[in-house]
Each structure stands twice: as C-alpha cells, then as structure tokens.
Design a binder for this molecule. Structure first.
Ligand code: IPM
Ligand code: MG
Length: 373
C-alpha cells in the first residue's frame, strides 16, 4: 500500500442536486479516511453543477467549473436534475451540465460494472441463482451517437406541423477507440466482449460490427468477440446475465442496458461508473466518476439514499485514475463487509436486516475501513 503522502491528486467534487450532496458527504468521509490514515492524500475542490449551479450562476455548468474539471486528475460527480428545473429550455436543463462535462472532456468510454455482492443476491428482483456471483461490465460510448448527432431539433413543416429530429452518427475512429477500451478491459477479466447494436436495422450498427471485428482480428486475437442485437441483449440480461463478461455498445443502447443491468444487482443505488478519456503521452487520462443513479428528488434531503454507489465510484477512481488497486480493494471490501453486517438503506432492505440512514451506512463503511487498515 502506498505509504508516502503525495498531494498531487487533484479531485474536483461536484455534488449537484437532489440526493447528490447527501451521498457525496459519505464519499468525502471515505476520502478523508485515506488522508487521516496517511495512506494517501487528495487535494479536494468542490464546485457547483446542475440545478445548484443554475440557481447560482444561471448555467448548469460554468466555464470556470469546466476549466477546473479539465485541470483536475479526476472528477467525482453526484447527480443532477429536479422538478424545479424541468420546464427550462433544453440548453439550460441541469442534465446539460453532465452532458457538457462528458463532451468537453472527451470522456468517451463509460464503464458501468454490474456486480452482485453476495449479501445482496436476495435483494434483486430476479431469482438468486440468476444473479448470484454476477460480475459484468458495460462499456458505453459516451460522447457520440444520437445524444450529440446533428441534425437535431424540432422544426416546423410547411403545413405548420412539427418534426423532431435526432441523428445516430458514428465515425470509425469513434467506434474504434471505445471497442479498444472494451478489449483492454476484457484482457483483465474473462477475455470476452459482446458488441451490441441494431445492425439488422441501422447502418451505423453494421459499421460497429465491422470495426469491432477488424480491431479484434488485428490486435486482440486472444479476446473472444461476439455480437448481439440490443433488444435481444435486454432480454438476455434478465434471462441469463452471467453469459456476459464485457458488453460494448453505443451511447443510447448503453444508457438503456446499464439501467437494466443495474437492477440485477439489487438496486440502482449500488452502481458506480467511470467515464474515461484517451490516455495522454504520460499515460494519464481525464476521468469522471459518478453513481449511475440520478438525483432521486423524491427522497432528497431525507437521509435515506444509498451512498454506496458514490463510495464505489470513488473506489473506481482509485483503481482507474490513481492505479491504487489495493486501496480500491480496501474500499470495496469495506462495502462488502458493511452489507454482510446486515445494515441496509431502504432501497436494498430485506427481511432480517436493519434499515439505516445514509449517514449510518456511511458510518458502517468507515468502521469497516478502520478495522481493515
Ligand atoms: C445516465 C443518465 C444521463 C444519460 C442523463 C442524466 C443525461 O441517464 O448517466 O445514464 O442519459 O446519459
Ligand atoms: Mg441513464
């Protein structure tokens, strides 16, 4: 474990809206733990994003915050959005804050692991035998496709009726870099990649297949590549999810399939994610870490949200931005033992477990960390 105190790890914390600040508070306690125990230290800066930023400065992500993000080694992001801002024009919606961060930092590879912790195998709405031991990774393309494609908008036709337009568009280069990220990850896992698309109806899907096959044959002959249509994949994820190791797919399909995969693990409140850019000359990549769940305005401020996805997002940061696998394992083991000790936030509560608050879940993880370190 790293014993020296290096303070060159600059982390920008953007808690955002809804339950964002509550779950982030618990993640920050985990970060402070590493500082306090002199395991490693982080230079933390906090900033506004989403509705919180809108209220403050009139935009969901200011240029200043964006510049801070670009200058950081990693961003830890909470969640954005809420009813209060739902009627705003598209460009001002809190969601634009996260979309702009992803796009401007060019965070094209979104890693969304779906791991079932043993203690939660019965919390899933699927049968235990379908999900127990599940460990799959969805690699979602995050800066292209229909989320950003042009033309887009709503236009008025000569007869006065309107037409809404969004465009699915991918260049070979965009596909290639994200499938490479998937193949690289697969090499550290079970060496199986399933590329998911709608090549039966979409030309861009056919291009995904061609590029994935070419890259695999040229540079990853040791990785097994298969293909699946996205609708079938949605079905297979609930029918037999353990058939998958790494799934790589477009922005929109990845959005849908990762919510689906999340439910296998018991709760959306358990899922972390990493969004990575291309490595620079020194091997460093821009990165943002965020829980997959949103701002959950209905439960905001009640101290009942599950902070584990945010805490696990920090552990992904340790692993992918700072090459601190041991420390990441320490955090993940603490989460595992906290769950095994029988405490549960309401989203994952089961018979014979104790329903606890956001803060008490944080306390329990901290206690387990203290014991293990
Ligand atoms: C996600 C979310 C976002 C997305 C929203 C908040 C813009 O659903 O990260 O999955 O659609 O990408
Ligand atoms: Mg989503």
């Amino acid at each position: 474990m790293a014993q020296t105190r290096a303070s060159n790890r600059k982390v920008l914390v953007l808690a955002g809206d809804g339950i964002g600040p509550e779950i982030m508070r618990q993640a920050l306690r985990v970060i402070e733990f590493f500082d306090r125990r002199h395991l490693t230290s982080f230079e933390i800066t906090e900033g506004p994003v989403g509705g919180a930023a809108l209220d403050e400065s009139g935009v969901p992500l200011s240029d200043e915050t964006l510049a801070q993000a670009a200058a950081s080694d990693a961003v830890l992001f909470g969640a954005v959005g809420g009813a209060k801002w739902d009627t705003l024009p598209f460009e001002l919606r809190p969601e634009r804050g996260i979309l702009r961060l992803r796009k401007e930092l060019d965070l094209f590879a979104n890693l969304r692991p779906a791991v079932v912790f043993d203690a939660l195998a019965d919390a899933s709405c699927l049968k235990r035998e379908i999900v127990a031991g599940l460990d799959l990774m969805i690699v979602r393309e995050l800066t292209g496709g229909i989320y950003f494609g042009e033309p887009r908008g709503v236009e008025t036709l000569p007869d006065g009726s309107r037409r809404g337009i969004n465009t699915e568009v991918y260049t070979e280069a965009e596909i290639e870099r994200v499938v490479r990220a998937a193949f690289d990850l697969a090499r550290k896992r079970s060496r199986r990649v399933c590329e998911v698309d709608k090549a039966n109806v979409m030309e861009s899907g056919g291009l995904w297949r061609e590029v994935a096959q070419r890259v695999r044959d040229a540079d990853y002959p040791d990785v097994e590549l298969s293909f699946m249509y996205a609708d079938n994949c949605a079905m297979q994820l609930v029918r037999n999810p353990k058939q998958f190791d790494v799934i790589v797919t477009s922005n929109l399909f990845g959005d849908l399939l990762s919510d689906c995969a999340a439910m296998l693990t018991g709760s959306l409140g358990m899922l972390p994610s990493a969004s990575l850019g291309a490595p620079d000359a020194g091997g460093r990549r821009k990165a943002l870490y965020e829980p997959v769940h949103g701002s959950a305005p209905d439960i905001a401020g009640k101290d009942i949200a599950n902070p584990l996805a945010c805490i696990l997002s920090f552990s992904m940061m340790l692993r992918y931005s700072f090459d601190m696998a041991e420390e990441a394992d320490l955090v993940e083991d603490a989460v595992r033992r906290a769950l095994a000790s029988g405490v549960r936030t309401s989203d994952i509560v089961q018979p014979n477990t104790a329903r606890v608050s956001t803060r008490v879940m944080g306390d329990t993880v901290l206690r387990e960390l203290e014991k293990a370190a």
